[in-house]
Write a protein that binds this ligand. Structure first.
Ligand SMILES: [Fe+2]
Length: 510
C-alpha cells in the first residue's frame, strides 16, 4: 500500500512534469531527505527528460560526495537528536529539508551572497516556468527584437514610486541582465506591495520606442499549487504545536505551563481532548537567551545560558516521555542569529531529554505523511512593516504572503540577517501541509490554499521591552491538529491555559 510520503514524492515530481518509475520511487524513499534527493535528481536530469528511472536516481546517489546519514544518525551540522538518540522507530518521521547547509570553508562572503541569490533565483524561477499566464519565458538580454509582448522571471532589486505620477517602477534582474519595468498607478497590480528580493514572473508589453519602459500586464508569484496531494496520516495521530517558551525569563508563565502539563497528563474537565496527542513541535525561542536586547539581564531569572537549557530539559521532561518533541531554534536561542540557523549545538542539546529531536530553523519534515514547515518567524519584523494591513496580532496574514512568495525571509539587509550559504534554505520547497511559526507571541490560525497556518503563542508574559515595542502578547495557547485531515477546519483544537482552567475550543478561531 502506498504511504503518504510516497504520494508526496510522486506528486512533487509530477508538479515538475516528470513521470517516475516505481523502482526510482523506492530508491528515493530510502534516502533520509527524499524530496531533497528529488530536487537533486531534477537538477541533474534537466527539463528535457520526461521519465525518471531507477538508474538516474542511482547515479545521483552515487555522485553524492559523502553518504547521507540515515534518520536517527544525525550529522554534526544538521538536526540532532538530543544525546544522539533516534526517534522511536514506530514514529514515521522524516526530515525533508534542513534549512541550514554548512558554509564551505574559506568562502569569500561577497561571492557567497552571489551564490545564495543565484540559488534562490534558480529554484523559484523553476516553480514559475511553464505557467499559462507567462507562456515562454525570455532572458532579459534577449528582449527587444521586435516582439510586442514577452515574459520574464526576475528578482526584484528595487521598487520605486515616481514622484509626480505615482507609477511604480520595478528594477528586476535575471541571470542575463537587469530591466526597469512600469506598473501604472491605475493598474490593479499597483495595489499589491512588491518586496525587495522576491522572485516574480512578469508578462510584459514591450515599448515601440526604446526610450520607454516595458509595462507589466500580469504578475505571478511561485505560490502554492492550487491542486496538489495533501498529506494525511492513515492512522489517528494528533500533534501539539507550541512556541516561544522563553525558559530562563522572569516572565516565564510557570502556572500556565503547569496547567498545560496537567491537561496533557489527563487532568481537568477537558482532559479527554488530550487523547491521542503523540508528538509535539516547538517553533523556537526555547530559552530567553542572553544579551538579545538591551538590558535583558533585568528580565532574566536564569542568567547562564547553559543553565537555561538545563531548565528547558527539565520542563520538557514534564511532557509525556513517550511523546517525540521536534524543536527548532529562534532568535533568542544560542545559535547563530543569521538565518537559516543551525540546530542547537550538541553541548546544549545534551541537556534535553532523549525524545527531543533538534532541527535547524527552518526545517521541513514529514510526520505520519503530513509535511510540516517549522520556522520561528523572525522575518515578521521585516515583512509586517513592508506589507500594509498586516500586524503581529495576525501573523498568519504574513504567512500567506510567505507561501505565495515561496520564501520565508526574502528581504536582504533589514532586521533578519541572512547567512551567506550556498543554498537558500529559506525557500519553501516542498509545499507544506502545515506551516507553523512563533515569534509574534500572539495566537492565530488560518488556511491558505489547503495549507494549515499556525502561529502558536508563547509561554512568556509581556516584558517591559515588549511593552516598549507595543507588542501585546496572547500567551499560554497551543494548537492540536488531527493529522488524518490536517487542513480541515474541524481538525484544529485550541488549548488555552491562560485562565484558571484549561479551555479547549474546536475549529479555526474567527
Ligand atoms: Fe519569542
Amino acid at each position: 500500500m502506498a504511504t503518504p510520503l510516497r504520494d508526496h514524492v510522486i506528486a512533487y515530481l509530477e508538479l515538475n512534469h516528470k513521470i517516475v518509475e516505481a523502482g526510482a520511487v523506492d530508491l528515493l524513499l530510502k534516502d533520509r531527505q527524499p524530496l531533497i534527493l528529488c530536487r537533486a535528481v531534477l537538477d541533474v536530469i534537466g527539463a528535457d527528460a520526461p521519465i525518471i528511472t531507477q538508474e538516474m536516481v542511482e547515479e545521483v546517489v552515487a555522485r553524492q560526495i559523502s553518504p547521507r546519514p540515515r534518520l536517527g544518525a544525525p550529522s554534526s551540522s544538521a538536526g540532532t537528536s538530543a544525546r544522539g538518540a533516534a526517534p522511536s522507530p514506530r514514529e514515521p518521521f522524516a526530515v525533508l529539508r534542513e534549512g541550514f547547509t554548512p558554509p564551505p570553508a574559506h568562502q569569500d562572503p561577497l561571492r557567497a551572497y552571489g551564490r545564495l541569490f543565484q540559488d534562490r533565483y534558480r529554484r523559484l524561477s523553476r516553480m514559475l516556468r511553464g505557467r499559462p499566464g507567462l507562456g515562454t519565458v525570455d532572458a532579459i538580454r534577449d528582449l527587444g527584437h521586435g516582439a510586442k509582448e514577452a515574459s520574464i522571471i526576475g528578482m526584484v532589486c528595487d521598487v520605486h514610486v515616481t514622484s509626480k505620477q505615482h507609477h511604480i517602477v520595478l528594477t528586476v534582474e535575471d541571470e542575463s541582465g537587469s530591466l526597469r519595468v512600469l506598473i501604472p498607478r491605475d493598474s490593479p497590480l499597483a495595489h499589491q506591495p512588491i518586496l525587495s528580493d522576491e522572485v516574480l514572473g512578469l508578462a510584459l508589453t514591450l515599448p515601440k520606442d526604446g526610450g520607454q519602459l516595458a509595462r507589466v500586464e500580469a504578475l505571478e508569484r511561485p505560490d502554492i499549487p492550487l491542486t496538489r496531494a495533501i498529506g494525511r496520516a492513515d492512522q489517528p495521530h494528533r500533534t501539539l504545536f507550541l512556541s516561544d517558551l522563553h525558559i530562563g525569563s522572569k516572565s516565564f508563565l510557570e502556572d500556565e505551563w503547569g496547567r498545560l502539563i496537567g491537561f496533557l497528563r489527563g487532568e481537568g474537565p477537558d482532559a479527554g481532548a488530550a487523547g491521542g496527542i503523540d508528538c509535539a513541535v516547538i517553533a523556537g525561542d526555547l530559552v530567553d537567551g542572553i544579551g538579545i536586547y538591551p538590558h535583558q539581564e533585568r528580565d532574566l531569572a536564569i542568567g547562564d545560558i547553559v543553565e537555561q537549557y538545563a531548565e528547558l530539559g527539565r520542563r520538557l521532561r514534564e511532557l509525556p516521555a513517550s511523546m517525540p518533541i521536534v524543536v527548532v531554534p529562534g532568535n533568542h536561542d544560542a545559535v547563530s542569529p543569521a538565518e537559516p540557523q543551525p540546530a542547537l549545538a550538541a553541548g546544549l542539546a545534551k541537556s534535553l531529554p532523549d525524545n527531543v529531536r533538534s532541527l535547524p530553523n527552518p526545517s521541513t519534515f514529514a510526520l505520519h505523511g503530513v509535511v510540516i514547515e517549522a520556522y520561528h518567524g523572525r522575518s515578521f519584523d521585516d515583512l509586517i512593516p513592508a506589507l500594509p494591513g498586516t500586524s503581529y496580532s495576525r501573523p498568519t496574514d504574513v504567512m500567506k504572503r510567505m507561501l505565495a512568495m515561496r520564501h520565508l525571509a526574502p528581504i536582504y539587509g533589514s532586521r533578519t540577517p541572512l547567512a551567506p550559504l550556498p543554498r537558500d534554505g529559506l525557500v519553501i520547497d516542498p509545499a507544506p501541509d502545515i506551516f507553523v511559526t512563533g515569534h509574534a507571541h500572539t495566537f492565530s490560525i488560518d488556511r491558505y490554499r489547503d495549507v494549515l497556518l499556525l502561529n502558536v503563542s508563547t509561554w512568556q508574559g509581556e516584558t517591559e521591552y515588549q511593552k516598549m515595542r507595543n507588542i501585546s502578547a496572547v500567551p499560554a495557547r497551543a494548537a492540536v491538529v488531527d493529522l488524518t485531515q490536517p487542513t480541515h477546519r474541524s481538525s484544529v483544537v485550541t488549548i488555552d491555559a491562560s485562565g484558571r482552567d484549561v479551555q479547549v475550543r474546536n475549529g479555526i478561531p474567527a
